[in-house]
Design a protein around this ligand. Structure first.
Ligand code: SF4
Length: 206
């Protein structure tokens, strides 16, 4: 370092950072995230432990677990994702308002886990939804899920109101398409499509 170079104290740098709109806005968002209550299998037990007093998600300002997707901005997909459940997960995701984030908790939500290639299980929720953070483990510990939450916060802190897609007029948030998986999943209102499946698999209609 040259002798005449001005030395800027670390605190001063931090204060300048905190005065930017993005930093204040994103700080507020990380401290008021509302997760959606959502458990699919055993990983949800670890999620409950993370919420309870020992691990205490509340210290991140996230104690309000919402039962409605319209009031939530963080989806924990915690557990085995079955083919029957996927359309409901996508429907709930579509009902969440932007900006929204998805945390895949555990091996099942990340890749199918021990049930990968099972006839009724999908190989990860990221085939159907944009996942922001993956937490490995079967099950992941509550500390690991907390770490995943902190990673979501890091991602939020790196975003800018100037480039965020949900503020752009020309980027309307189209709902994700509803997945239809296999002959065991069908739209009960679409009788014609159902009958085609029945004909294709040769089910006795009588
Ligand atoms: S990852 Fe393991 S603990 Fe979590 S839902 Fe799947 S089987 Fe259960």
């Amino acid at each position: 370092m040259k002798i005449d170079e001005p030395v800027v104290p670390e605190e001063f740098n931090r204060n300048v950072f905190l005065t930017t709109i993005d930093a204040i806005y994103n700080w507020g968002r990380t401290k008021s995230m509302w997760p959606m209550a959502f458990g699919l299998a055993c990983c949800a037990i670890e999620f409950m432990a993370m919420m309870a007093s020992r691990f205490d998600l509340i210290r991140f300002g996230m104690e309000i677990i919402r039962a409605s997707p319209r009031q939530a901005d963080l989806m924990f997909v915690s557990g085995t994702v079955t083919k029957k459940m996927v359309p409901n997960i996508v429907r709930l995701y579509n009902q969440m308002a932007e900006p929204k984030y998805v945390l895949a908790v555990g091996a099942c939500a990340t890749s199918g886990g021990p049930f990968k290639e099972g006839y009724n299980v999908v190989s990860g929720i990221d085939k159907f939804l944009p996942v922001d953070v993956y937490v490995p483990g079967c099950p992941p510990s509550p500390e690991a899920i907390l770490y995943g939450v902190m990673k979501v916060h890091e991602k939020v802190m790196g975003q800018s109101v100037r480039t965020a897609p949900w503020y752009k007029k020309d980027q309307l948030n189209e709902p994700l398409p509803m997945p239809m998986l296999g002959p065991d999943l069908y739209n009960p209102k679409d009788r014609d499509a159902l009958m085609k499946v029945v004909d294709a698999v040769g089910v006795d209609k009588g």
